[in-house]
Design a protein around this ligand. Structure first.
Ligand code: TRP
Length: 329
């Protein structure tokens, strides 16, 4: 019998993580893990080949797993697997789901519409772009997942997953749990340049978990803070960074005090930056030391993924078996 998974989320292996990824996505997952929610976390390597070459994607899979482990994901509490380890099941279910939607509907998915607006022509886009939400629905439904922690940009995809589950249930009998977005409070961490969200694609304004402490310091030294008394979005982002990256209570208090002083017109931004830099550097050092330990033993990562895949595939097969009983009854 297939079982419902309480929490499931996927992450595409397309590059190194930034501290904004950690604060916005990994940390909320760690909280769920520590609450005993037994989340499923998978590396969405099939989604990644929508716009990356497969051999590039492959390189990043274990890198990403090492990052997550070093950040505190614990394989005894979280099931970790690679999407392609259950590809036969996921792809088969996606075929059954794809026939419950139309091409016109897929063209209307906001993320896809956005790409088209930005110049991507439907005639030249590869077909995986349109299949993306169907595949994502399959990831979710194959584990009968209830809650999906994702960022704002993925909410439209979850709507598709929910719609496909509803259509299946209506046509073939109640079977799928309807997945819900698990709202993670969205943190708006700006690029250090201040103009947009911190993102891998703007490396100058982003701090990567792989940056050396010296590189991070250099970037932070150039970062925008704020002029006279104002609480700008850039300053707020730096506060979120400093508070979120394992700062001590004493440091957090100090941050609050500095901000009060700043708002009253004192020149404290230099002092503030020093504190932020110290916190970020310490976080990166800790992370990198843990990560180095983890990658020393590559076999360990392999066995974690094998164990996760076993759990994931057993449930995926059971779900697919039951789905086929409904379809071919
Ligand atoms: N599309 C998601 C992203 O780019 C990754 C993803 C793939 C995912 N399948 C999923 C997330 C299923 C949650 C559930 O971030």
């Amino acid at each position: 019998m297939s079982t419902e998974v309480n929490i499931l989320t996927g992450v595409r292996p397309t590059g190194n993580l930034t501290i904004a990824n950690y604060l916005g996505a990994v940390k909320p997952l760690l909280e769920l893990q520590e609450k005993g929610e037994k989340p499923f976390l998978f590396v969405a390597d099939l989604h990644a080949i929508t716009d990356y070459e497969p051999h590039e994607v492959k390189k990043y899979i274990k890198e990403l797993v090492a990052d997550y482990l070093a950040l505190g994901i614990n394989p005894e509490k979280t099931t970790i697997y690679v999407q392609s380890a259950i590809k036969a099941e996921v792809m088969t279910l996606s075929i059954y789901l794809a026939r419950l939607t139309t091409v016109a509907e897929l063209l209307r998915v906001p993320t896809i519409k956005d790409k088209i607006k930005k110049g991507q022509k439907p005639e030249s886009a590869n077909a995986l772009l349109f299949f993306y939400p169907v595949l994502m629905a399959s990831d979710i439904l194959i584990q009968k997942s209830k809650k999906i922690p994702v960022g704002e940009d993925q909410v439209a995809h979850l709507e598709v997953a929910k719609m496909l589950a509803e259509r299946f249930n209506k046509k073939y009998g109640n079977f799928f749990t309807l997945p819900k977005v698990h709202q993670v409070k969205s943190l708006r961490i700006l690029s250090l340049k201040g103009d947009s969200k911190m993102s891998k694609s703007l490396p100058e304004g982003a701090i990567f978990l792989t940056d050396t402490p010296a590189e991070a310091e250099k970037k932070l030294n150039k970062a925008q803070t704020a002029m006279d008394k104002q609480m700008t979005p850039s300053l707020e982002s730096l506060v979120l960074i400093a508070k979120g990256l394992n700062s001590t209570e004493a440091e957090q208090k100090q941050i609050d005090e500095i901000i009060v002083q700043h708002k009253s017109g004192q020149q404290v931004m230099g002092q503030f930056k020093k504190l932020v830099i110290a916190i970020v550097k310490r976080f990166l050092q800790d992370f990198q030391a843990k990560r180095a330990e983890i990658v020393k033993n590559k076999k360990n990562i392999d066995s974690i993924l094998e164990n996760g895949a076993k759990v994931a595939i057993e449930n995926a097969r059971a779900t697919l078996f039951e789905v086929e009983k409904h379809l071919y009854r």
